[in-house]
Design a protein around this ligand. Structure first.
Ligand code: ADE
Length: 242
């Protein structure tokens, strides 16, 4: 998979050299390039923003540098790139979206700052490639950089060969629309707290049932919205009893 990131703060992306993302880059599974948007400015101040039409606070990112940046990156995409723009005004970024993006051969992330990027950049890009405006959640960050780091991590760990144990993908939170059950390791007692007896029983059938019940319980308590969205066909009789 190829990832291009365009930003005015390339330093934000140091963490992409680390851990499993760094390893995926080293092994050739992932090709990441960070681009400084100011490369595509032509004035002495390397200006990327201006005041908003219609008035209001803050500044808006000018279309020209973005247009040139996407002109430079899109031909390399040979029509196979998707532009991803993090914005609090976007559609929710979920595990399902992470899976969809992980199936793309090439993603171009555009990190907005200030009040956002001139809308014409996205409208023009949409005439050439698919464009996704996505939000991490109902809160506002300073800009898209941290959101892109989060999305990269969520996407890259889904690429075949990146996680050592692919089974952990099947068990984790959101894999089946539920939150994951609590997890424990040794020692069996710690500061007066015990590992649930059933997890030490060796009875794999009972353990699987216990985990499923804990998942349902946690999801009902913490994320009733997820429970309401579950496909009833994925529930069995014992789930309903739980
Ligand atoms: N940029 C600023 N806030 C954001 C958010 N909540 N999600 C994605 N990108 C953002």
């Amino acid at each position: 998979m190829r990832l291009d990131v365009v930003t005015i703060f390339p330093e934000y992306f140091g963490p992409l050299d680390l851990s499993l993302i760094g390893k995926a880059r080293g092994s050739g599974l992932l090709d990441v390039t960070i681009h400084d948007l100011r490369t595509w400015t032509h004035d002495v101040h390397r200006t990327v923003d201006d005041s908003p039409y219609g008035g209001g606070p803050g500044m808006v990112m000018r279309p020209e540098p973005w247009g040139e940046a996407l002109d430079a990156l899109a031909p390399r995409a040979e029509g196979r790139a998707r532009l991803v723009v993090p914005t609090p005004a976007g559609a929710p970024f979920t595990q399902k979206v992470a899976h969809e993006l992980a199936a793309e051969p090439h993603l171009i992330f555009a990190c907005g700052r200030y009040e956002g990027i001139d809308q014409r950049v996205l409208d023009h890009a949409a005439t050439r490639m698919p464009v996704s405006e996505v939000s991490l959640g109902d809160y506002v960050l300073f800009g898209g950089e941290v959101a892109v780091l989060v999305m990269c991590e969520a996407i890259v760990r889904l690429l075949p060969g990146v996680l050592g144990n692919a089974e952990s993908l099947a068990e984790e939170s959101h894999a089946n629309g539920l939150l994951e059950a609590p997890v424990y390791t040794k020692p069996p007692q710690w500061r007066g707290h015990e590992v649930p007896e059933i997890l030490r029983s060796g009875d794999h059938g009972r353990i699987a049932r216990w985990r499923r019940d804990q998942s349902l319980l946690r999801t009902a308590q913490r994320r009733p919205d997820l429970l309401a969205d579950l496909d009833p066909d994925t529930l069995d009789k014992r789930d309903v009893a739980a």
